[in-house]
Design a protein around this ligand. Structure first.
Ligand code: SF4
Length: 500
């Protein structure tokens, strides 16, 4: 159900989501830009995803993609192939639509994908998108259109730009919410409200923080208005933001929802994530009242030394308190999220997971605890962007050890695939030379075997993306004007190293 009035026009813009429709319908940023296009006079906006393509290429003027995850490129190539559009922009003449993209993956490092797109949006899309549409609707020649687009501050045109591009960071005025409520969405019939953007904590590995600085939030009154708007259409409300608990009136927002539930309003409340140190009796009580049974806290590492090194300034006492508060206030269980393979990690840091798990288990008998581990993927635009990625075999050994030892103390554990995380690292830190590898992988089915054989067949050197970079080296993503600056990231890394 659309909760706004559409407009239409002569310019056919296809907004493609490079995954299945249920994910598209739960992606707030994508849906919001779709709404912007769909309400703009002169634009006929169409939504497609990998499992829902019903457009005629001949009539398309432009096609946009939103890339939120590293492996989304597979969906991009799948859609381009289904629409019979050549993958490489250099093989598309004026008879083809413009193909452009935006999203967190590209803002962090656009280079692996630059050969596929005519232009790329860097950073927040909601302001620049409107300017882009105005230029596209002029229907000028491809050359002139790209020239004008390249003059926009946060648009990168690979064929023209030879300077760095600034990522857009907008001020948050009108609250962004789900403009399309659907039972086909991954979050069924849920009205998602963006409460804040970014996170001021600057954990040294975190792109959600570093590529979204400064931390911004919407006015309390506007959020409340938005909650009321959502409740006209559904009882499922979700609050979104990497660090919503840092909103200066977060407790008031929770109280507002809690009071409504107490007054008989049926609200199912979901919160994307909570900072461990923000867990309080009131917050958990509201979540429980709103039907939530479990939540996740991210501790990243069990040892305080390692947490200090990655700038996750969380004391063990705070973790223990968070679990206790979650249990005492009625949650059924808690997932504790961590990473393995953080630079400088030692055997003692790994053993610390066991002593922490034991302590949590003893203090919270009968409470459902699960440890969930991913492996460290060094990300561009963060102080750890230069770091080496740990060897897959060594990570798998740590995973097996922890799985066995945690189960001995009766704690469940889950692990991401170290092999897939390896390829995520390659995608995150590569340059444009891997474009042919990506195409080959896509054509061979996109599984782990496909990556290995494509690498062997093409002989592309991906070692730098795994081994890491020297401080004074040019980085593939230097085209993105880092904010904070590269110098700042270097100094931050050095500062953290002194703390380890
Ligand atoms: S608290 Fe979470 S979102 Fe914030 S910087 Fe750390 S990992 Fe990122």
């Amino acid at each position: 159900m659309k909760i706004y009035e559409s407009n239409t026009g002569e310019y056919n813009l296809v907004m493609a989501y490079p995954a299945v429709e249920s994910f598209a319908l739960s992606s707030l940023g994508y849906l919001w830009l779709y709404k912007m296009a769909d309400t703009k006079e002169g634009i006929n906006a169409l939504r497609i995803s990998t499992d829902n393509i019903s457009v005629n290429t001949k009539n398309i003027n432009a096609i946009s993609f939103s890339m939120s995850f590293d492996f989304d490129y597979l969906g991009v190539l799948e859609i381009l192939e289904k629409l019979k559009i050549p993958f490489y922009s250099k093989n598309r003449d004026e008879s083809y639509p413009f193909v452009f993209a935006g999203g967190p993956v590209l803002t962090t490092n656009p280079m692996p994908y630059v050969n596929f797109f005519d232009f790329i949006i860097m950073g927040d899309g909601e302001e620049v998108f409107s300017h882009i549409l105005d230029i596209l609707m002029l229907k000028l020649s491809k050359e002139e259109t790209l020239k004008r687009l390249s003059e926009l501050e946060s648009v990168y045109v690979p064929d023209i730009n030879n300077k760095t591009v600034k990522r857009a960071s907008v001020s948050l005025n009108n609250v962004i919410y789900t403009p399309l409520i659907s039972d086909k969405s991954y979050f069924k019939n849920t009205f998602i409200i963006e409460v804040s953007r970014g996170c001021m904590n600057r954990c040294a590995f975190c792109t959600a923080s570093y590529t979204n600085l400064p931390y911004r939030y919407y006015d309390y009154e506007k959020i409340i208005e938005c909650i009321e708007l959502g409740l006209k259409y559904t009882n499922k409300i979700a609050l979104l933001g990497a660090q919503i608990s840092a909103h200066p009136r977060f407790n008031d927002i929770m109280k507002y929802i809690s009071d409504k539930i107490s007054n008989g309003v049926n609200i199912e409340l979901g919160i994307s994530s909570l900072r461990t140190d923000a867990i309080s009796d009131e917050v958990i009580q509201t979540l429980v009242k709103g039907g939530q049974k479990h939540t996740t806290i991210a501790i990243e590492a069990a040892s305080e030394r390692l947490r200090k090194f990655i700038n996750k300034n969380l004391k063990e006492e705070q973790i223990l308190n968070a679990v206790k508060t979650a249990r005492e206030n009625g949650l059924k269980g808690l997932k504790i999220y961590s990473m393995l393979g953080i630079p400088t990690e030692t055997e003692a840091d790994i053993s610390k997971f066991l002593s922490l798990a034991k302590k949590i288990k003893e203090e919270n008998k009968g409470f459902n605890i699960e440890f969930s581990f991913s492996t460290f993927v060094p990300k561009p635009q963060t102080p750890l962007q230069w770091s080496k990625r740990e060897d897959t075999k060594s990570l798998e050994k740590k995973q097996k050890y922890l799985e066995k030892e945690l189960s001995k103390i009766g704690v469940n554990s889950k692990f991401s695939s170290a092999k897939w995380d390896y390829w995520q690292t390659v995608l995150s830190r590569s340059n444009e030379n891997i474009a042919s590898l990506l195409i080959e992988v896509y054509k061979s089915g996109g599984n782990i075997g496909a990556y290995k054989s494509a690498l062997k067949n093409l002989g592309i050197d991906i070692s730098k993306s795994i081994e890491g970079f020297d401080f004074d080296e040019t980085l593939p993503w230097d085209i993105v004007e880092s904010n904070p600056s590269k110098e700042h990231l270097k100094n931050e890394y050095k500062r953290l190293e002194r703390r380890k």
